[in-house]
Design a protein around this ligand. Structure first.
Ligand code: AMP
Length: 565
């Protein structure tokens, strides 16, 4: 049985499997191991996923969606045209596409996956990820924290048997740091911290706003297509700045062609605020692990955004040594997930690697305290499982009635770090009856059990009567009732993902359409002629003629994009 390891990224997703000996990344229909996490609704009502959908972000922004991982676990609806989708449903299309690629690659059906999630994902976000896999027709029994996956990849490839390091994972939309220790093949995550709303896209956004500011443009006055052009060019500028000390972006907006150039030094200055935000989780993780930067043997960079020299410089300054670059930052998480998938299928080659993990946030309940004036006040957080506890974990705490003749105790379950429960996230509640009596006589034992998938079970026992109440926190904020899941599953099954074998030609057309929209004047006319010639070849349906026509068009579009035209 093959289990897929899936890195479901904000920007790109990858699939990997264990071939009995080593992790192998799976290429998609276009020959790339990176499938952009972008979804678009085609003219024929089929769902397009990956590079083609990414091209259509510019030409058909209303029919396309990207970076939906940021909203995972929420009920926020994103639209492809008039059709509304939840983030997990859009993610399920990406997973379905990876599944199809894997099945074509392996020549057999794949029914199970291990999916990676940011270590900082809360319960609702983890459940939504699991559901995305299930909506794609895969059994998902195991989720793995992204930094843990990256560390697994590093741990297996590293030479040292005893080492402490930090995984610094800056993806498209999320930032995670984990402090990991490897000791004699035991890999232990000592601390995690992060920011769910910080990633490479924020740097793109910064560049887009600098461009708009420079030209005294207001983003709100631009239409969706124009904004998409600005973002695409800002993204290109960011990537070009990773290769040189200065770069320029160029946008055609209406009849005007606007340019903006930026040096590396200026970017460093402008990005000060974002860099400050990167520092905070690093400091917190170090404190939680009781370590100082100099105690770490290495810094592992993961996530596409760590390709920015700005980030290398920042990391070197912060830790006093250069990051280790032995793992491809785009592939490490998928490789780790593939290794985990192999472990899950009980592959003997990996039996001595033991993995421990930590709970990324504190879980607790609400209690009543007496204030300075002697009044009882509720709303105080009482931690039961502290953040960075190694999981699976089970902890019991005893609490007493706070009022005379109390007939029941309500146990509210929260996650977060604030002293006041109103600032934390409520995950659920349950009530247990107790015999009435004076305050403080009756007690309850609250047991929290947190498993390796980040799922919490709460069991409360009334001490004097032995009555028990149990809850698996199911209805977390943003989650979907079972009946609704089934209805959505049926609706989604009816939507077809565009067939793999036609993707290359579709991609060429989508790319040509985008370049047409980005160009002006004569260039536009020429692109239109190229596309018409290719469409004619496609219409004739003669395989013999389509291939060379595609090669010619590809070469033309390549030279156009590289500026040789
Ligand atoms: P990930 O979610 O790990 O795929 O990371 C995607 C992020 O990495 C996006 O914000 C990309 O813009 C960014 N990225 C990818 N390649 C580069 C590069 N060469 N220079 C700067 N940022 C990059």
């Amino acid at each position: 049985m093959t289990i897929l390891g899936i890195d479901l990224g904000t920007t790109n997703s990858l699939a990997c499997y264990w071939d009995g000996d080593k992790p192998v990344l799976i290429s998609n229909a276009l020959g790339s191991v990176l499938t952009p996490s972008v979804v678009s609704l085609g003219e024929d009502g089929q769902i397009l996923v990956g590079q083609i959908a990414k091209e259509r972000l510019v030409t058909h922004p209303q029919l396309s969606a990207a970076t939906f991982k940021r909203y995972m676990g929420s009920r926020r609806e994103l639209h492809l045209g008039t059709l509304p989708f939840l983030p997990e449903e859009l993610s399920s299309f990406v997973i379905r596409s990876l599944k199809q690629d894997a099945e074509a690659f392996l020549g057999k059906e794949v029914t199970e996956a291990v999916i990676s999630v940011p270590a900082y994902f809360n319960d609702a976000q983890r459940r939504a990820t699991k559901r995305a896999g299930e909506l794609a027709g895969l059994k998902v029994e195991r989720l793995i924290n992204e930094p843990t996956a990256a560390a697994t990849a590093y741990g297996l490839h590293g030479e040292q048997s005893e080492t402490k390091f930090i995984v610094f994972d800056l993806g498209g939309g999320t930032f995670d740091v984990s402090i990991v220790e490897i000791f004699e093949n035991l890999l232990e995550v000592r601390a995690v911290a992060g920011d769910n709303y910080l990633g490479g896209e924020d740097f793109t956004e910064l560049l887009a706003s600098l461009f708009l500011q420079h030209h005294q443009l207001n983003g709100e006055e631009l239409n969706d297509k124009e904004l998409a052009v600005v973002y695409k060019q800002a993204e290109q500028l960011k990537q070009n700045l990773s290769r040189g000390k200065a770069a320029e972006m160029r946008c055609v907006l209406g009849e005007r062609e606007l340019t903006y150039s930026l040096t590396h030094d200026k970017l460093e200055k402008e990005a000060e605020g974002l860099l400050r935000r990167l520092r905070y989780p690093v400091v917190r993780a170090l404190q939680d692990a009781s370590l100082r930067p100099e105690n770490l043997d290495a810094v592992i960079l993961v996530g596409g955004a760590t390709r920015m020299p700005l980030i290398h410089a920042f990391v070197s300054k912060l830790f006093g040594h250069l990051p280790a670059c032995s793992i491809n930052p785009d592939e490490a998480v998928a490789i780790g997930a593939g290794i985990q998938a192999g472990m899950k299928a009980r592959n003997l080659a990996l039996k001595e690697v033991v993995l421990t993990d930590v709970c990324p946030y504190t879980l607790g309940t609400d209690i009543v305290r007496e204030n300075a004036a002697g009044y009882k006040e509720s709303g105080y957080f009482f931690p039961i499982i502290e953040r960075n506890t190694v999981i699976p974990a089970s902890r019991i705490k005893r609490l007493y009635t706070s009022h005379n003749n109390q007939k029941a105790i309500e146990v509210e379950v929260f996650q977060g770090e604030s002293r006041l429960t109103k600032n934390n996230i409520e995950l659920g509640r349950l009530e247990i009856p107790v015999p009435p009596g004076p305050a403080g006589r009756e007690a309850i034992d609250i047991r929290f059990t947190y498993d390796i998938n980040g799922i919490l079970e709460v069991e409360v026992t009334a001490v004097s009567t032995g009555v028990k109440r149990r809850a698996v926190i199911e209805e977390t904020p943003g989650s979907m009732p079972q009946a609704e899941i089934e209805a959505r599953l049926a609706a989604l099954a009816a939507l077809k993902i565009h067939p793999r074998d036609k993707q290359e030609n579709q991609l060429l057309l989508a790319r040509g359409e985008r370049l047409y929209e980005e160009a002006l004047g004569d260039t536009r006319e020429i692109i239109a002629l190229w596309l018409a010639a290719f469409e004619q070849a496609l219409d004739r349906q003669e395989e013999r003629k389509i291939k060379p026509a595609a090669a010619v068009l590809k070469q033309r579009l390549d030279s156009l994009e590289q500026g040789y035209f």
